[in-house]
Design a protein around this ligand. Structure first.
Ligand code: NAD
Ligand code: LMR
Length: 332
């Protein structure tokens, strides 16, 4: 076995985690590396993790290393390479007598979690740690966490891979192509109903979406709203928010960061803007990303955006700016 990797997962007793955690140690996500797991939950349910650990032991995962569980996030953070921050409350449930309808309604409930966790990651995580925020509202939670971490060598991301996978599925049905042939499906902006799934820059068998999908009405009236509202559609159908597809998307994001991106390709996640594509610096915004040979993650800067795309992205960026304003009190 070549080396090891330590992964912290919060919300480890939740729905997403139940699909996610076994995949982290199955030998596929991190290849030949030994995977140490530090599972984190709130004190009320942390003991349930004993059952999950029993199941992991019973599953025969030769690449699984040490597995620990705790309600002490700081302790879990020590020397971790990866943080999958899933722990938070989903929408679709009744909280304090009110049904949570929009992901942004979760800002006041979940936002605070990411101050303490961010601080601990900045202090105790590895210098080159990668952090993927899944808990909603994912972009602004990542913004809060990154601000609290104050450690510029670590990489904070918010997950948009699920939206990208959903969009690929819709395009593959529309074009009768295998989903694996739909590449470079980028989600710009916020993981919210304002997100902009970019059909123009996808590539299918080397052809750009802008040249294959000649149906702007379909893009505007069917494709974009379907991707934007898919999370709600799943909640309505399932009575709970997406879990197995969210777990798969988290794994896809980790794998995209672990392996160099093919030349000319990109993957979707939200990271802190450095001003690329005129997105204000510091916002955690969905971008086209590449994993470079040295392990760093870079924004792909050569996509062209139509005026339609620019307008749609601006709507989502404006929403991120208003979320930033709403969490001002959490910034130190
Ligand atoms: P869940 O309710 O099944 O599990 C969440 C778990 O988090 C619970 O066990 C809870 O005890 C735990 N938790 C809460 N606060 C915590 C804290 N401070 N530290 C550690 N653990 C904590 O919910 P779920 O279905 O697993 O969803 C988790 C989150 O992921 C939700 O916010 C949901 O909206 C979000 N989500 C995001 C995406 C995405 O694409 N970004 C997709 C699906 C779901
Ligand atoms: C999703 O997109 O499925 C998640 O963000 C859950 C939700 O609230 O929609």
């Amino acid at each position: 076995m070549s080396s090891s990797v330590k992964v912290v997962v919060t919300g480890a007793a939740g729905q997403i985690a139940y699909s996610l955690i076994p995949r982290l140690v199955d030998g596929r996500t991190f290849g030949n590396k030994k995977v140490d797991l530090a599972l984190v939950e709130i004190p009320q349910v942390v003991d349930k993790l004993e059952g999950l650990v029993m199941e992991l032991e019973d599953s025969y995962f030769p690449n699984m290393g040490n597995v620990s569980y705790t309600d002490n996030f700081q302790e879990a953070s020590k020397d971790a390479d990866w943080f999958l921050l899933v722990g938070s409350i989903p929408r679709g449930i009744v909280y304090n007598g009110k049904k949570i309808e929009e992901r942004s309604d979760l800002l006041s409930i979940n936002g605070g979690i990411f101050v303490d966790q961010g601080e601990a990651i900045g202090n105790y995580g590895k210098e080159n740690a990668k952090i993927l925020v899944v808990g909603n509202p994912a972009n602004t939670n990542a913004f809060i966490g990154k601000n609290a971490a104050k450690n510029e060598s670590q990489l904070w991301m918010a997950m948009t891979m699920l939206d990208s996978n959903r969009a690929k599925s819709i395009i593959s049905k529309k074009t009768n192509k295998n989903i694996a042939d739909v590449k470079n499906m980028i989600i710009w902006g916020n993981h919210s109903p304002t997100m902009y799934p970019d059909a123009e820059n996808i590539s299918i068998d080397g052809d750009l979406g802008s040249s294959i999908l000649n149906d702007q009405n379909w893009i505007q009236d069917i494709f974009i709203p379907s991707v934007q509202q898919r999370g709600k559609a799943v909640i309505d159908a399932r009575g709970a928010s997406s879990a197995t597809s969210a777990a798969k998307a988290a794994i896809d994001t980790v794998m995209a960061c672990e392996h160099p991106t093919d030349s000319g390709s990109c993957f979707s996640a939200a990271i802190s803007s450095d001003g690329a594509y005129d997105v204000p610096e510091g916002l955690i915004c969905g971008f086209p990303l590449m994993r470079m040979d040295d392990g760093s993650i870079e924004i792909k800067r050569d996509l062209s955006l139509s005026n339609f795309a620019k307008k749609r992205i601006q709507i989502s960026v404006d929403e991120l700016l208003s979320e930033k304003e709403a969490v001002k009190h959490l910034m130190k």
